[in-house]
Write a protein that binds this ligand. Structure first.
Ligand code: SF4
Ligand SMILES: [Zn+2]
Ligand SMILES: [Zn+2]
Length: 310
């Protein structure tokens, strides 16, 4: 089979059923860069100079994201790229990913900031999992990581926070929010359309690249990343949606892209409604919150209630 690119006779390395295409290695690599470039400009048009924070976990997605942002924006002298890694305190997982994150930032010459749950919150994901067995670890971990990423990006004076969500991640989140009857949460997903006080708007430039293509690109480009799976991942509700979407995509190629288009249309409709409760500040930590206390503080509070100390 030959590459779909006009006049290219090189052998194919990837098929893209959602696009009805097959691509050779160089044209596949070019297509990834082009999709990310397009999304970056669509989500952050007229990106002003300043600091661009990049959430870097040490996995394949954020590794590809950082590499491409340096490639696409590294020449702009008015943009400073800073990678942020959050150490959630997960044994047998985070140490290896941190090493890869460090290796990549050193290779790219990018500033690297590491923040630890233990230092910032006085607890870890492992401790929360043991002390709150009724709560899925990803719930506390995800909320705390988002809070710390936002706080760190804000302290760095970042104009945007880039996150490594790929097409599969975003399509799963759309489906999850719809199935749970929480369409308003679509507004809170990256990429953000509006700027709220205290929040650094998040962008997701890998939004149109499927997970397996991100993986392939990382391997082909020799980007260092860690394969270790988080020991708590098995309890994530997201797994159901991941498997459902795999089946849907196999039967109906293009389902993931369609879900992202659904999100865009729903956001248009939701934005036309009168605004809901304005975002205020958490009474405990001062971070943005739509209620009296933010979810991060509510989880910390439930830890205190569980055994008397945060
Ligand atoms: S899988 Fe869940 S617990 Fe593990 S790092 Fe991700 S969000 Fe945290
Ligand atoms: Zn080709
Ligand atoms: Zn709070």
């Amino acid at each position: 089979m030959e590459c779909a690119h006009p006049r290219c006779t090189r052998p194919v390395i990837i098929d893209q059923p959602y696009a009805g295409a097959h691509l050779c290695r160089p044209h596949f690599a070019d297509s990834v860069v082009e999709r990310v470039r397009r999304e970056l400009h669509r989500q952050a048009p007229r990106l002003p100079g300043g600091t661009l924070a990049v959430a870097l976990s040490g996995g394949k997605d954020s590794g590809v994201l950082l590499t491409l942002l340096v490639r696409l924006l590294g020449e702009r002298r008015n943009i400073r790229i800073v990678a942020i890694t959050i150490d959630e305190g997960i044994e047998q997982y985070r140490a290896a990913t941190l090493l890869r994150a460090r290796e990549l930032t050193q290779r790219l010459g990018v500033e690297h900031v590491v923040r630890r749950f233990q230092d910032e919150l006085g607890t870890t994901t492992d401790q929360a999992a043991a002390r709150l067995p009724q709560v899925a670890p990803c719930s506390t971990c995800g909320v705390w990581r988002r809070t710390l990423l936002n706080r760190t990006a804000r302290e760095l004076g970042a104009v945007r926070l880039a996150v490594g969500f790929n097409l599969d991640d975003l399509a799963q989140t759309v489906l999850m929010n719809l199935v749970r009857g929480e369409p308003h949460r679509l507004l809170q997903m990256a990429p953000h359309r509006s700027v709220e006080e205290g929040m650094v708007p998040r962008i997701a430039p890998l939004a149109t690249v499927p997970e397996r293509e991100v993986y392939l690109y990382a391997r082909l480009e020799g980007i260092p990343f860690d394969h270790t799976t988080c020991p708590h991942a098995g309890r994530a509700m997201r797994n159901v949606f991941r498997e459902t979407l795999w089946k849907m995509e196999e039967e109906i190629p293009g389902s993931r892209h369609a879900l992202l288009r659904t999100r865009e249309k729903l956001i248009e409709a939701l934005s036309a409604l009168p605004p809901g409760s304005p975002t205020g500040k958490c009474q405990a930590c001062g971070e943005p919150a739509s209620q009296e206390f933010c979810r991060s503080c509510l989880f910390l509070e439930s830890l205190t209630e569980a055994d008397g100390s945060p």
